[in-house]
Unconditional design. Structure first.
Ligand code: HEM
Length: 380
C-alpha cells in the first residue's frame, strides 16, 4: 500500500476519529458501522454529485453506468444485469476461460511463474469475454491499457482533466467497438450478445461493459497475488492445502486485510451528520474501507474476524459489488490451482508504484524444493 500511495495512506491512517473533516479532501470515515450506515443512507449520500464517482466517470463512460446512478433507474439496470452474475453463469464462464490447469501444470513441472503476469493474462481473458473479443485476439497489454485509465485517479483530484478524459475515452471506445459488434450479432455465447437477450439497449450494454472493465480488472490483478503472498508469508498455504474448509475464510480474510477497492466516495445530497461531523449538501465523503477493515485485526482465517464485516470490501446496500460472484469464482479457481501444485515459495517480488490500487508488479512463485511440515500458522 505504501508503494502505491507513500504519503496519502499513512497520513489517513493517522486520523483516529471515526469521522473527521480533512481540509481539501472531504469528510473521512474510518469506522465500519458508520461507513455501512453511510452506504445504506441513499437519502443523504449519493454516487452522483460533487466529488462523487459521477464526477470522475460520467465524462468517460456516459451518464448511466450503475456506478454513477441512483434511484429507480439504477435499480432497473441492476435487475437487468443480474443474470450475468448469477453464480451458475459466472462459474461456468470462469471454468471455461481461465487456464488454471496450465498454471498448475507449469508449477508442477518446476517452472517459475509470475503470478502478476498470470493475473493480468486472466484479466485480459475476462475483458475479452466481457467485450466479446475472440480469446485468440487477447493480448497482454489489454490490461495495461485499462490500468492507464485508473492511474489518472487521485483522492485529491475529484475530476479527470479534459486531456485525461480524451485518452480514457479513446481506450474504452476501442474496447467497446468489439462489444458493439458482438451485441449487434446477438450471439448469446458472448456477454454483449447475452446482454441484448436480457433486454439491455445498445448504449446501456456498452456503458455496462465499460463499467465492468474499469471496476473488475485491476481489483483482481491486485488481489490474487496479494492473497497468495499473504498466505505464503504467514505460513497458511500448506494448512489450506490440508484443510480446504479454511479456503473460504482465507479468501474473505485476504479481502478484508488487503481491501482491493480501498476507498468509496459519496456526495452529500441533503444536510446530515456523519458520526459527530455535520455535513452539508455538496460535501464529499471519503469512506476509507481499508482502515475500517484493517481495524478488525491481523489476517487470521481461523478466527475469521472478516465474518463480522458482511463483506464490506465489496461495499453495502444498493451499490454492493455486482461482480462479486465473478471475482470470487476467479479467486477460487486460481487459488485451488496453486494449492494443488504443492508447497510453493516466493522466489522474487516487487511492489507496483504509481498505481491506484496497491498491487505487486511482480510475484514470482516456484515449488518449494524442500517442503517443510505443516505447522500451525500464527496471525500475519
Ligand atoms: C476483488 C475484486 C473486487 C472488489 C474488491 C470490488 C469492490 C467493489 C466495491 C467496494 C464496490 C462498491 C463501490 C461503492 O459503493 O462505491 C463495487 C461495485 C461494483 N463492482 Fe466490484 N469489486 C471487485 C471485482 C469486480 C468485478 C470482477 C466486476 C465485474 C466485472 C465488478 C463490477 C462492479 C460493478 C459493476 C460495480 C458497481 C455496482 C453499482 O454501482 O451498482 N467488480 N465493487
Amino acid at each position: 500500500m505504501r508503494a502505491a500511495h507513500p504519503v496519502a495512506y499513512p497520513a489517513l491512517g493517522l486520523l483516529r476519529a471515526p469521522a473527521r473533516r480533512v481540509p481539501g479532501l472531504g469528510v473521512l470515515v474510518r469506522d465500519a458501522a458508520l461507513l455501512r450506515a453511510t452506504l445504506m443512507d441513499t437519502e443523504h449520500f449519493s454516487k452522483t454529485g460533487p466529488g462523487a464517482p459521477s464526477d470522475l466517470w460520467t465524462p468517460v463512460l456516459g451518464p448511466a453506468v450503475l456506478l454513477n446512478m441512483e434511484g429507480a433507474d439504477h435499480l432497473a439496470l441492476r435487475r437487468k444485469l443480474g443474470p450475468l452474475f448469477a453464480p451458475a453463469y459466472v462459474d461456468q464462464l470462469v471454468a471455461a476461460s481461465l487456464p488454471a490447469a496450465q498454471l498448475n501444470a507449469r508449477l508442477v513441472a518446476g517452472e517459475r511463474v509470475d503470478l502478476v503476469a498470470e493475473a493480468k493474462r486472466n484479466a485480459s481473458i475476462m475483458i475479452s469475454q466481457l467485450v466479446g473479443l475472440d480469446s485468440a485476439q487477447v493480448d497482454e497489454d489489454l490490461f495495461d491499457r485499462v490500468g492507464a485509465i485508473t492511474r489518472f485517479v487521485r483522492l485529491s483530484r475529484p475530476r479527470l482533466s479534459d486531456a485525461q478524459v480524451r485518452v480514457a475515452r479513446g481506450i474504452l471506445d476501442e474496447l467497446t467497438a468489439h462489444a458493439r459488434t458482438a451485441y449487434r450479432a446477438g450471439d448469446e455465447a458472448t456477454v454483449p450478445g447475452r446482454m441484448r437477450a436480457l433486454g439491455l439497449g445498445e448504449d446501456e450494454a456498452m456503458g455496462a461493459v465499460g463499467a465492468f472493465v474499469l471496476t473488475g480488472t485491476e481489483t483482481l490483478v491486485s488481489y490474487v497475488p496479494r492473497l497468495v503472498a499473504l498466505l505464503i508469508d504467514s505460513g497458511w498455504m500448506p494448512r489450506l492445502a490440508h484443510d480446504p474448509e479454511l479456503i473460504e475464510p482465507a479468501i474473505a480474510e485476504g479481502l478484508r486485510v488487503t481491501t482491493p477497492s480501498p476507498v468509496m466516495l459519496r456526495s452529500v445530497v441533503a444536510d446530515a451528520t456523519v458520526g459527530a461531523v455535520p455535513v452539508r449538501a455538496g460535501d464529499r465523503v471519503i469512506l476509507a474501507t481499508f482502515l475500517a477493515n484493517g481495524a478488525a485485526g491481523a489476517f487470521d482465517p481461523e478466527a475469521n474476524p472478516a465474518a463480522s464485516l458482511k463483506q464490506l470490501w465489496f461495499g453495502a446496500g444498493t451499490h454492493f459489488c455486482l461482480g462479486a460472484p465473478l471475482a470470487m469464482a476467479q479467486v477460487r479457481v486460481t487459488l485451488r490451482a496453486l494449492l494443488a501444485a504443492g508447497p510453493l515459495e516466493i522466489v522474487a517480488r516487487r511492489a507496483a508504484r504509481g498505481v491506484l490500487i496497491p498491487s505487486y508488479a511482480r510475484l514470482e512463485l516456484g515449488r518449494l524444493s524442500s517442503p517443510q511440515g505443516v505447522s500451525k500458522p500464527g496471525p500475519a
